[in-house]
Design a protein around this ligand. Structure first.
Ligand code: GAR
Length: 212
């Protein structure tokens, strides 16, 4: 049976679009994007879901007194929808331990840097690229990892590096990292998960060969 995937979003949803396009090309290995859930009403990602005919829901952060209360509402919704894999694609709320216990090694997050650089609390979206440029790194990139209790600290599934170029702004670097890394490795990681090819041993994720 194919896996049921929920994609959690907060903004523009270009990573969601990469997943929708991969599914249309038959590249999600039997996985189905069964739902898109946004923490923000009016997020453009919801329109992308709508256009693709994917059921979409809003669980606004502002309706809950804490991240924990919001996480509990999210888990309830994911269970109701019978979700197997949760993908955080530009989801800007830090989920609490209830989510990790409900979906152990079944939550993937895409982060726009080579973890453990430029990550952790407060390091999201454009801030990540501002920090990379300030630091002066010549290479950055993206990481897809399993979500654990530690913010951006879970086992790494895939990474891809991207060159920083002279004259880059946070915006140009963000775009290059999305195009060359995030939109490629996120669908790849989802596909590997759907094929049951990811084995987590401690901090290390082993990628098993394709099944014959
Ligand atoms: C992406 O660059 C994603 O990696 C980043 O936010 C952007 C969302 O874009 N996520 C984080 O910084 C999470 N810590 P999108 O809505 O167009 O996919």
């Amino acid at each position: 049976m194919g896996k049921r995937i929920a994609v959690l979003v907060s903004g523009g949803g270009t990573n969601l679009q990469a997943l929708i396009d991969a599914q249309a090309r038959g590249e999600l290995s039997g996985g189905t994007i069964a739902a898109v859930i946004s923490s923000k009403p009016g997020a453009y990602a919801l329109e992308r879901a709508d256009k693709a005919g994917i059921p979409h829901f809003v669980i606004p952060r502002k309706d809950y007194p804490s991240n924990q209360a919001m996480t509990q509402a999210l888990v309830a919704k994911l269970k109701e929808l019978d979700i197997d894999l949760v993908v955080l694609a530009g989801f800007m709320i830090i989920l609490t331990s209830e989510m990790v216990s409900a979906y152990p090694n079944a939550i993937l997050n895409v982060h726009p840097a080579l973890i453990p650089s430029f990550c952790g609390e407060g390091c999201y979206g454009l801030h990540v690229h501002e920090k990379a440029l300030e630091y002066g790194v010549k290479v950055s990139g993206a990481t897809v990892h399993f979500v654990s209790e530690e913010c951006d600290g879970g086992p790494i599934v895939l990474q891809r590096s991207v060159a920083v170029e002279e004259g880059d702004t946070p915006e140009t670097l963000q775009r290059r990292i999305m195009e060359q890394a995030e939109w490629k490795i996120l669908p790849q990681a989802v596909s590997l998960f759907c094929q049951d090819r990811l084995r987590v041993q401690g901090r290390v994720v082993h990628i098993l060969p394709p099944k014959a």
